[in-house]
Design a protein around this ligand. Sequence first.
Ligand code: TRP
Length: 434
Amino acid sequence: MEEQRPSWTSRCSFILAAVGSAVGLGNIWRFPYIMGQNGGAVFLAVYLLLIMTICFIPLFAELAVGKITKKECIGAYESVNPKLKFFGVLNPITGILISSFYFIVGGWIINYIFLGFINPKISDYSEYFSIFTNEAFSNCVYALIFLFICILFSARGIKRGIEFANNFLMPLFAVILIGLIIFSVNLPNAYLGIEYMFKPDFSKLNSHLFLSALGQALFTLSIGMGAILTYGSYIKEDKGIAKSAYTIIISDTLFALMAGVMIFPAIYSFGLEPNSGAGLVFVTLPYIFSQMPHGDIVSIAFFVLLLAAAITSGISIIEVPIAALVERAKFSRTKACVVLYFIISAIAIPAALSFGILNDFRICQKTIFDFLDFITSNCLMPLNALFLCLIAGWCIKISGKQFINNNIVAALFDIGLRYIVPIILIFLLYVGLK
Ligand code: TRP
């Protein structure tokens, strides 16, 4: 007998969970630094254009495949055609690989929250960051604590665990974010940061910027790993996924913009430059916090905010392999969570150690951490998104007419799903692997 599949309590809980998945480190850590490296407002303009148009298509397709098949990734593809099973298997594998480095960054956040409480006098944050990421033991311990928190929520199931985490953490996230924005825009010279974000200099437009914007948009919408597909498969009622997809895109974009409005004014107010790369949130911001009045409280608030966002996304990443273990291997949810904890740890620990003692161990000249980031962001995620669009467009034959009233927009959707987005993804793959 078919076992009863779990489902969301309401459409609202589904949207909140999907927004919780989308809004994560990608919005608060990655978005500002990628934007900072790509000239600010001009990057934002391209990003907004892409996320509102092209990115709607794979997001919608993931949701639709999940909702139509009502299965996790492997079962979903298999139900279309048993030969497609392999493409489904790639999704949980990608999930396990992404978690291995996503959770290390999650561990860094916990470290910075403790730092806020201890409040030691650190003069050089860049040195602090490199010393502590090099400390193999604490790097592992923090990552495992972060993983443990996410697994704990997941083990409690869809309603009692995932919904509960999102219902509690997303409002906390929004309140802290608004508080920090008010604080940031009231700093002296804050307007310079706002200008940087919203006054585009189109002479800086180039193809690299276009690809970075596209990669960021796909990552932030959690596309290319089956997370949205799996969440979509828990939808019960039969209404508006197009509306849900747009709600997810708009909320995610608003949160990314708010993160920018929180971070850039603070950076400019302290006379710094926003192009410091991945260290923006872990080096530049802590320095700013250490210089401002009540900086320790602001710092704790900021990293708690980041932690809340990272947990809700982390939960969605591990849901893909968990659902696969529960529905395919017929594990109980608890057993699936325990098994997954060990599998992810087995990859995350060497990845964490690659900042220290395993630094000399290289795969394709990259440390384990960088390799995991590279193989998932540049290869597996675009590949999964490509297979998804092709399967949704050519095998399931999802058509715009089923959910869009306007004939021209519906036809554009069909062409986008079958041709344009796959071609763009192949191009992204080609450039990413070069
Ligand atoms: N979107 C999340 C962020 O912005 C990360 C994330 C969660 C993700 N689930 C995903 C990325 C699935 C790719 C695929 O941080």
